[in-house]
Design a protein around this ligand. Structure first.
Ligand code: 2IT
Length: 446
């Protein structure tokens, strides 16, 4: 690491204590950027990196609401507006008890590069709350979402900041948030993406993250002359992203043999297909945040408190949350012959585990490239809303496929250009960075 990058990372740590995930995301990106900084002194001279690690704006607010028993509840709400150099802030909302400012800053930071990679004009942001949907009733989720939007509405808008879903926020929550925004602003507008298909949502948005990940993985496999046919795949999570991943892998002839939740993982040697895929959707809607019911229902193995990375598979697609693959998990995957790891979640692999994969030379793609299909179709939803028009599923899917191919090509050619052939982490970080950095240069010191 150069002195400059070392000092930059040290400054970020000193200035943002107790935000380890943010430090991790920054360290990964700026380390990849060293070669670019050498070739382009103007980035350093204009303090592009120092500006990138400082959010343009952070909004924190109280979210008071009343539960079904009449008790007053107080949660914390956030929106991190990270960077708007290439478009309005864009990024999801996460409702989960683990949400802190640091978690959202890491996600917003990642989102800046991810959105740049999509080829669409979107800046980066992220928001959410420490609200725990687990065990809540539908009416409690509605009341919370309405209170959350009662403050957020003054900070967002179709040309300012366009939130969407993330963990704990799906079509149902987006509906409640949208209803409240419309009521407060007296405007029917594309302020959120992931909307219902009857009221401005894009077809394929619910599946887009998962489908995009699989299209990206297909491109990676192609570089090794292979495909999904007959491949065994370990998937973690069971939510919206995993659901899209499973569907598309089935279509392409692969077999998903694991799913996981905070309670453990299930091993289904016959593959998650048919009715089992619909079952996943109902599990998420049940607000139980557990996978054990799948094992009961379909009579398969359940491994309590364990992660799926101990199963013998060809491909691993972590689709749950950050930091779920540690070096020991990475080594286990390699030992069992895994040849490709594609991140569907945001930063599911620790820095150390990433190095294990890199040293082994297997195919490894970072989330900011591989899972960009979700936000890409959000961008397409914004385009359709602006036109007051909607495209067919085929049209949206076709565009999604093209975008994922583009992102893959950007990663591959950028890595080659900077002397790191096959390094998707470097390719994605540099590829995402250049467009944002040049736009910042164009727009002056702001
Ligand atoms: O992590 C992500 O890219 C998302 N949660 C989707 C963001 C979006 O605006 O669609």
């Amino acid at each position: 690491m150069s002195e400059y990058v070392k000092n930059l990372v040290a400054d970020v740590k000193a200035k943002n204590p107790s935000e380890p995930e943010f430090h991790q995301a920054v360290e990964e990106v700026v380390t990849s950027l060293e070669v670019v900084l050498e070739r382009h002194p103007e980035y350093r001279a204009n303090k592009i990196l120092e500006r990138l690690v400082e959010p343009e704006r952070v909004i924190m607010f109280r979210v008071p609401w009343v539960n079904d028993r009449g008790e007053v509840q107080v949660n914390r709400g956030f929106r991190v507006q990270m960077n708007s150099s290439i478009g309005p802030y864009k990024g999801g909302l996460r409702f989960h008890p683990s949400v802190t400012l640091g978690i959202l800053k890491f996600l917003a930071f990642e989102q800046v590069f991810k959105n740049s990679l999509t080829t669409l004009p979107m800046g980066g942001g992220k928001g959410g709350s420490d609200f725990d949907p687990k065990g809540k009733t539908d009416s409690e989720i509605m009341k919370f979402s309405q209170s959350f939007m009662t403050e957020l509405f003054r900070h967002v808008g179709p040309n300012t900041d366009v939130p969407a879903g993330d963990i704990g926020v799906g079509g149902r929550e987006i509906g409640y948030l949208f209803g409240q925004y419309k009521r407060l602003s007296n405007e029917f507008t594309g302020v959120l993406t992931g909307k219902g298909r009857n009221w401005g949502g894009s077809l394929i948005r619910p599946e887009a993250t998962g489908f995009g990940v699989v299209y990206f993985t297909e491109e990676m496999l192609k570089t090794k002359g292979t495909n999904f046919e007959g491949k065994r795949v370990a998937v973690s999570g069971f939510g919206n992203v995993a659901w899209g991943v499973v569907q598309k892998i089935n279509e392409l002839g692969g077999k998903v043999v694991t799913l996981s939740g905070p309670d453990g993982y299930i091993y289904d040697p016959d593959g998650v297909s048919g009715d089992k895929v619909n079952f996943m959707l109902n599990l998420r809607l049940s607000n139980k945040d557990a996978i054990a019911d799948y094992a009961d229902r379909f009579k398969v193995e359940f491994h309590a408190e364990k992660k799926p990375w101990e199963v013998e598979v060809d491909i691993a697609i972590p689709s749950a949350t950050q930091n779920e693959i540690y070096p020991e998990d990475a080594k286990m995957l390699l030992k069992n012959g895994c040849m490709c790891v594609c991140e569907a979640a945001n930063m599911p692999t620790t820095l150390e585990a990433t190095h294990v994969f890199e040293d082994a030379g297997i195919l490894f793609a970072p989330g900011k490239a591989a899972n960009a299909g979700g936000v890409a179709v959000s961008g397409l939803e914004m385009a359709q809303n602006s036109m007051r028009y909607s495209w067919t599923s085929e049209e949206v899917d076709q565009r999604l496929k093209m975008i994922m191919k583009d992102i893959h090509a950007t990663c591959v050619t950028t890595a080659e250009k900077y002397g790191a052939e096959g390094n998707y982490v470097l390719g994605a970080n540099i590829g995402g960075f250049i467009k944002v950095a040049n736009s910042m240069l164009d727009q002056g010191i702001v």
